[in-house]
Design a protein around this ligand. Structure first.
Ligand code: NAG
Ligand code: NAG
Ligand code: NAG
Ligand code: NAG
Length: 427
């Protein structure tokens, strides 16, 4: 135990020392822009909110922001350097580089957006301009992520704590207080290992970490890990103490029979339960109402096969329709899922987003009481905007091209490296 702890600590210190050097030299360089403008900035003030995703390029990571108009439609506005580097897991050079959901996360409560920099083992946090939410200002400097290959972030309800999951050779979670002057400040007793035999960058998707999330009551921090077939993956559950510190060890909860590769997690409101997409099957329901016990998920937990699925990996919840919406990188379909009062999941409807567009990260925003889904169609370098309307009644609203405006602004993006989707709505 002693040995594990000190070797983790040593690696963390080494990781931050290694990442500090390139950051400083980049800051001195003259050729690297920190902001690139896209479109009409005066019109940006009229937006209801914004969506954010990351370029995640190994030569420099940028947060790309599009304004959300009152009708739910998007317009690209700004790209802001995270002062860190992106990365791509191994092997291959295909979409979903980090094998995750939550690479970038916004909080309306905290008025912040935070991103991972997987290639420099750092995290960056930004203040959101409340008048123009596409305008971001970095708070402090990027900080070491507490491990290697950080890939996903969770923000608590109050918007003042950010937790990261690292998926590389030094893997596990780490939490940070948001200081509005200094940026992210490491919290004591929150660096916790997942004890995975991984590489930096991570090898996947099988056996890689997927997502990190707070439970609905914020009393637990949960990280999802995909299995290595035939061994199922797990949700790793830590208890969060009043001071924000985490229990020393996690409880490993496996999906119900049939579940294999837990990917994204979305809270099932009011149930102390989680919907996890499962890249090997469809979706897993984890019933944690009796507490998280190690072993196979108990209670009303279940696993639902989505017929014809390729890899169902990303999910969001719509308060307006009461349903969940999941995306599949293989079939490029959005699948609407209903979970009844007994936690029983069923497929409501599927919506095609264009063959080979490779629909990955998504988020849902409520604009004046109407819900819109924003889907990163990575392979076609587009965002698909879907109006959710009512249960079973979603309709296509917009396809936003990313490649043209990025090229015009001098921003490097590529189908294989784009990742993340998170939204912010003005108060
Ligand atoms: C721009 O950033 C890249 C990536 O860090 C670095 O290799 C390059 O030297 C920088 N260019 C300048 C002019 O600073
Ligand atoms: C870790 O994974 C590597 C590559 O698959 C394997 O060679 C090695 O034996 C594993 N180590 C442990 C401790 O399981
Ligand atoms: C997408 O692929 C399916 C199955 O191969 C095919 O039936 C359908 O026509 C294709 N759609 C488009 C828009 O090309
Ligand atoms: C991406 O597009 C290319 C070219 O259309 C296609 O060959 C490839 O299969 C697509 N990849 C995914 C993951 O959809």
């Amino acid at each position: 135990m002693q040995l594990t702890f000190s070797s983790v600590l040593l690696s963390v210190l080494l990781a931050s020392a290694v990442s500090a050097a390139p950051l400083q030299s980049r800051a001195k360089g003259k050729g690297n822009k920190t902001k690139m403008m896209m479109g009409n900035q005066a019109a940006a003030q009229a937006a209801s909110g914004a969506v954010y995703f990351i370029s995640n390029e190994p030569t420099g990571n940028f947060i790309v922001a599009a304004g959300i108009a009152n009708d739910g439609k998007l317009t690209l506005r700004q790209a802001t350097s995270s002062e860190g580097l992106g990365d791509h897991g191994q092997p291959g050079n295909s979409p979903d580089p980090l094998f995750t959901q939550g690479a970038i996360k916004a909080s309306a409560a905290g008025n912040i957006v935070a991103t991972v920099n997987a290639g420099s083992n750092t995290l960056s946090v930004f203040n959101i301009d409340p008048k123009n939410p596409t305008n971001l200002k970095m708070i402090g400097k990027p900080v070491g992520s507490g491990g290697e290959f950080p890939v996903s972030l969770a923000i608590n309800k109050a918007g003042n704590t950010v937790c990261a999951v690292n998926g590389g050779a030094v893997n596990g979670v780490a939490c940070f207080k948001v200081d509005k002057k200094k940026g992210l400040v490491p919290m004591a007793n929150t660096v916790r290992s997942l004890k995975l035999n991984q590489t930096t960058p991570a090898t996947g998707p099988a056996g890689s970490v997927s997502h990190v999330l707070f439970s609905e009551d914020n009393k637990q921090l949960i990280a999802s890990v995909k299995g290595v077939p035939p061994t199922p993956g797990i949700l790793a559950v830590w208890d969060v103490a009043k001071d924000g510190s985490l229990s020393k060890d996690f409880k490993a909860v496996q999906p119900a029979k049939g579940g294999l590769l837990p990917f994204s997690m979305t809270v099932i409101p009011g149930k102390n339960a989680i919907l996890a997409t499962d890249a090997g099957l469809g979706v897993d329901v984890f019933d944690l109402s009796a507490g998280a016990a190690p072993g196979i998920a108990a209670g009303k937990s279940s696993a639902l096969k989505i017929d014809g699925q390729g890899a169902t990996c990303w999910s969001s919840f719509s308060p307006q329709t009461g349903n969940f919406y999941v995306t599949d990188i293989g079939t490029s379909l959005v699948t609407e899922i209903n979970i009844d009062n007994n936690l029983k999941p069923k497929v409501v409807k599927q919506y095609a987003q264009g063959n080979n567009t490779a629909t990955i990260d998504n988020d849902i925003a409520s604009v004046r009481g109407k819900d819109f889904m924003y889907v990163l169609a990575a392979n076609s370098t587009q965002i698909k905007v879907v109006t959710l309307n009512a249960p079973g009644k979603a309709t296509a609203l917009q396809t936003l091209d990313l490649a043209g405006p990025a090229k015009a602004a001098g921003l490097k993006i590529s189908a294989a490296n784009l990742q993340g989707m998170t939204s912010f709505i003005k108060k």
